[in-house]
Write a protein that binds this ligand. Structure first.
Ligand code: ADP
Ligand code: MG
Length: 663
């Protein structure tokens, strides 16, 4: 009865990563791969829990309808054996004989009740338990439990009651009556039955039977009522609502002595096995059922209520207790009392070796769990504890992402990272827009400057010629001097514009940055209330730059800094260098630059200084020169004294050699 066929599958498209099946699988036979649940055939005990709990219907079991159809069409004699839980499934068929008629209509030659097999098996249990061997027995009628013990508690296999299940008992009755050639199809609420016994030809679930009936257009109205073929079930028919076989005997006969512990459902049966294994239960017998009674099996139509189902079975059993029925049953029971019901079990250890502590700790650490305090044991992953989850990861059954608290934290971090890169992106976009704007202006400025340069040269030249020719006492001389001076001023503006438009040449030579900084400070007029200084960082403070142009840059920045400190302050020029770049930072403790002006700083003629005071060309020129050196300008400013010292830093970063740098 080893399972070679895969009983349960996942429909990948429907699986929504809730890990409920992981939680509900007593065999830990669910593997999560890329967030998708996969059933490991080798570990699966076929209990069908995962099918019952999956809200997305993403778990399906193997279907046998085609095989059964083929059997029925093969011309061989095929009999159906119906599990005693059928009244709970086909409750809408008020007369059970109509139900039997429906099954017959599919083409089965006989329809038997497995309940009679349960009668035989119950009596075998009665004998076994009365032998008082001191060996606590575990019931072996639930095939999922049998597999569970063989795979995961192989040391307990010797406790499995050496008795066949009601299904196999009934099959042997049928074969004794009809011969070995007869084909047998079991119909019931169970998926594990599909792999229980090679003696049964096919196993259908009630769900599949419904499908077949529907497909064949068979309903209770279209068939004639007929009873099950004898031998019919007696008290064994109550088996699916009693709490197991041994109890069936107990309830009805009150003969079995000693204690029987009943545990059903995935939590109950596992706990009972653990306690049994630890030896606490002494010689108690265990009656274990994977589902909460067979009436709750995964092969039943989903959604049925447990207690309602119980009533359907109970009321069906009522008619079995009539004296006439009872007599008939006794005769049959005696007829088949000698049938061989023994069965032996062998261990089939499928436990995985426990991973080393080191491996587990490594996995735990990868989920941010470094100490016991980090073990939330929240169960969101489907495992009861973080440790179990980590072991499953090492065993290749689970993934780190299944840890919800960890994944949420990771997500938060990613969102933060995303926000940061978004911000950076926005800044870069802004800067790009800005430099595009400046480039356009540069083109315009270059055009204007170029056109003005020649006429301006002429004005300058002729006003100077006139000045030369003018006598020192000539009253016109003053006017001529004014013309010449203003033309000179225009020329400076034009030159500034040309710088901004990067239309000037760069004459590179090796320059000592410290000296350059000191020269620049010396060239500006400083009021007494302003202190100045040069700070140097790094050892290699030499670079290939255009001295004149750099002087212009630093002088402009120094002037601006001084003008921003009307009440005095500190002006520092910092010089630094690394392998590839050098930088000047001009820092002041002035009024700062308001946020709304930041975008306009390098625009030609932007000034906040009164008419005649500022030209608005200082930073435009600076910008052009820095660009000609393939460098960049950064500015940071604070205008709010509540946020600390107000002031501004202009930082100019230049390649050591602009000839070699990429622009
Ligand atoms: P100008 O100095 O002729 O006004 P600039 O191009 O040098 O032109 O500067 C443009 C504007 O940038 C200035 O008017 C001023 O508003 C602002 N600015 C430049 N540097 C500073 C600074 N260090 N502190 C405060 N504001 C500054
Ligand atoms: Mg200026």
């Amino acid at each position: 009865m080893d399972q070679h066929k895969k009983l349960v599958y996942t429909v990948k498209e429907l699986c929504r990563v809730c890990y409920t099946c992981v939680r509900e699988c007593p065999a830990k036979a669910i593997k999560i791969v890329n967030g998708q649940a996969e059933v490991i055939a080798d570990r699966c005990i076929g209990c069908g829990n995962c099918i019952k709990v999956c809200s997305q219907d993403a778990k399906v079991f193997i279907l046998s309808r085609l095989e059964v159809k083929q059997l029925l069409q093969s011309g061989q004699k095929v009999v159906a054996m119906v599990a005693p839980s059928f009244p709970a499934e086909f409750s809408e068929v008020k007369d059970y004989r109509k139900f039997v008629g429906m099954v017959r209509a599919l083409g089965f030659s006989h329809v038997f009740e497995v309940g009679f097999g349960a009668d035989l098996v119950a009596s075998a249990y009665k004998k076994l338990l009365n032998e008082k061997t001191g060996n606590g027995y575990i019931s072996s009628d639930c095939p999922a439990i049998v597999s569970y013990i063989r795979y995961y508690h192989p040391d307990l296999v010797k406790h499995l009651a050496p008795i066949v299940s009601p299904m196999v008992a009934m099959l042997r009755v049928v074969k004794q009556m009809l011969g070995n050639d007869v084909k047998v199809v079991f119909i019931g609420p169970c998926i594990a039955k599909k792999a229980e016994s090679a003696e049964v030809d096919e196993v259908l679930t009630f769900r599949e039977l419904r499908g077949m009936l529907e497909h064949a257009g068979i309903d209770s109205q279209s068939v004639t009522a007929s009873d099950f073929d004898p031998p019919r079930a007696g008290r064994g028919a109550i088996f699916p609502v009693s709490r197991g076989l041994i109890q069936t005997v107990n309830i009805l006969d009150d003969i079995v002595e000693g204690n029987v512990l009943v545990a059903e459902g995935r939590i109950g049966f596992q706990e009972a096995i653990k306690e049994f294994e630890s030896g606490n239960l002494q010689s108690q017998n265990l009656e274990l059922l994977c589902c909460e009674g067979c009436i709750m099996g995964p092969g039943m139509t989903a959604g049925g209520k447990r207690f309602e189902r119980r009533t359907y079975v109970s009321s069906y059993v009522q008619h079995k207790l009539q004296p006439q029925q009872r007599k008939q049953w006794e005769a049959h029971f005696n007829e088949f009392a000698n049938i061989n019901l023994t069965q032996s079990f062998s261990p089939n250890d499928r436990r995985m070796p426990l991973p080393s502590e080191e491996q587990v700790n490594k996995v735990l650490a990868s989920m941010g769990k470094f100490s016991p305090r980090d073990h939330l044991n929240c169960g969101a992953c489907g495992y009861d504890t973080c440790l179990e989850h980590a072991i499953a990861i090492v065993e290749g059954l689970a993934e780190v992402e299944m840890c919800l608290p960890y994944t949420i934290e990771e997500l938060h971090d990613s969102i933060k990272d995303l926000a940061i890169s978004n911000e950076t992106l926005a800044k870069v976009q802004q800067a790009l827009k800005h430099s595009e704007k400046l480039a356009h202006m540069g083109q315009l400025s270059a055009g204007i400057a170029h056109e003005l340069n020649n006429p301006l040269g002429v004005v300058l030249m002729y006003s100077n010629i006139l000045l030369d020719e003018c006598a020192t006492t000539d009253p016109l001389r003053q006017d001529l001097e004014l013309i010449s001076a203003q033309a000179e001023r225009c020329k400076k503006i034009v030159s500034g514009l040309l710088n901004f438009a990067r239309k000037n040449q760069v004459k590179l030579e090796e320059i000592d940055l410290k000296k350059l900084a000191e020269d620049s400070l010396a060239s500006v007029v400083k009021p007494d209330n302003i202190k100045t200084g040069v700070i140097c960082r790094g050892s290699n403070l030499k670079a290939n730059l255009d001295y004149e142009q750099m002087m212009q840059v630093l002088t402009n920045l120094n002037k601006n800094a001084i003008e921003a400190m009307p009440n005095g302050g500190i002006l520092v020029v910092e010089v630094e260098g690394n392998d590839t770049e050098v930088a000047f930072s001009v820092k002041d403790t002035g009024v700062g630059i308001p946020e709304e002006n930041m975008d306009k700083l390098y625009t030609p003629f932007f000034t906040t200084k009164g008419i005649g005071k500022g030209t608005g060309l200082g930073l435009a020129t600076t910008y052009g020169i820095v660009k000609m050196h393939k460098g960049r300008i950064e500015v940071e400013s604070n205008t709010d004294s509540h946020k600390g010292q107000t002031g501004t830093v202009f930082r100019i970063i230049l390649p050591r050699d602009s000839m070699e740098a990429d622009s």
